[in-house]
Design a protein around this ligand. Structure first.
Ligand code: SF4
Length: 246
């Protein structure tokens, strides 16, 4: 069984409530969405990169598509005992559930946790993988920020399945984000399990992104509003960008 990867590297988690933990990141190629603020390279390339030493920015290249056994070998070549978990990220990793199921099966003996970073739009695919995953970082895409169509019902269904495991919801917000969108997200969380944490993540400026960042006052207001509906609401930026890490 083979897949296309973009990269494998060891770094610290930069987003959400697990910020700062050490992880091995496996980034899969391909995504089913095209978010306006996307800053991730998830294209299909003839090769993928593996960072030789964490934080150095020096990479080796390996051929795509890659088989599960080679991926396991690369992951095991990192100092895996020092890591909290393996982050399955993308792109959208749930487009590769067959590969991931096999990958997790071959890595179970490491004792590492499996952390899924997903756009929260593929509930059927999550159903087939949920028993293998420990932690889910799930996006709810706001039309004002991501530029996608409304997907509230799909996100609700996804969260319902994800809530069988540790899960938090992340929303990327911009200067255009409306109060009604924040309320909608909170209603979805409340309808599934009100104790699911909500992370409000201000959009990060980057080359090619032309949208507006939210003001600090707007971020505070969004948090206050959300706290009327759900008890655990955190404002957390992308910290790995502050550190200059991958
Ligand atoms: S879901 Fe994530 S990877 Fe896919 S386009 Fe949106 S931001 Fe980029």
């Amino acid at each position: 069984m083979k897949t296309h990867l973009v990269e494998i590297f060891s770094s610290v988690q930069g987003e959400g409530p697990y910020v700062g933990i050490r992880q091995i990141f496996v980034r899969f190629a391909g995504c089913n969405l095209h978010c306006a603020y996307c800053d991730t390279d998830y294209k299909f390339y003839p090769s993928f990169r593996v960072e030789d030493e964490p934080g150095t920015g020096i990479f080796s290249h390996r051929a795509n598509p890659v088989d599960v056994e080679t991926t396991v070998e690369i992951i095991k070549s990192f100092n895996i005992g020092k890591n909290h978990s393996i982050s399955l990220t993308g792109g959208e990793p749930l487009l590769q559930t067959g590969f991931i199921n096999r990958l997790i099966g071959l890595l179970k003996d490491t004792g590492l946790k499996f952390y899924l970073e997903t756009n929260g739009t593929l509930p059927d695919e999550l159903s087939g993988l949920i028993s293998q995953i420990d932690i889910i970082s799930m996006d709810i895409k706001l039309p004002s920020a991501a530029g996608n169509r409304e997907m509230w019902d799909i996100h609700r269904e996804f969260l319902r399945i994800a809530s069988r495991k540790k899960v938090f919801v992340k929303v990327v917000v911009t200067g255009e984000t409306s109060e009604s969108e924040i309320i909608k997200v909170c209603e979805i969380i409340k309808s599934v399990h009100s104790m699911v944490p909500l992370v409000i993540q201000p959009v990060s400026a980057h080359r090619g992104y032309t949208g507006k960042s939210p003001s600090l006052a707007k971020l505070m207001k969004m948090q206050e509003l959300a706290l009327d509906f759900v008890p655990d609401v955190r404002v957390i930026p992308q910290t790995h960008k502050i550190l200059g890490l991958m």
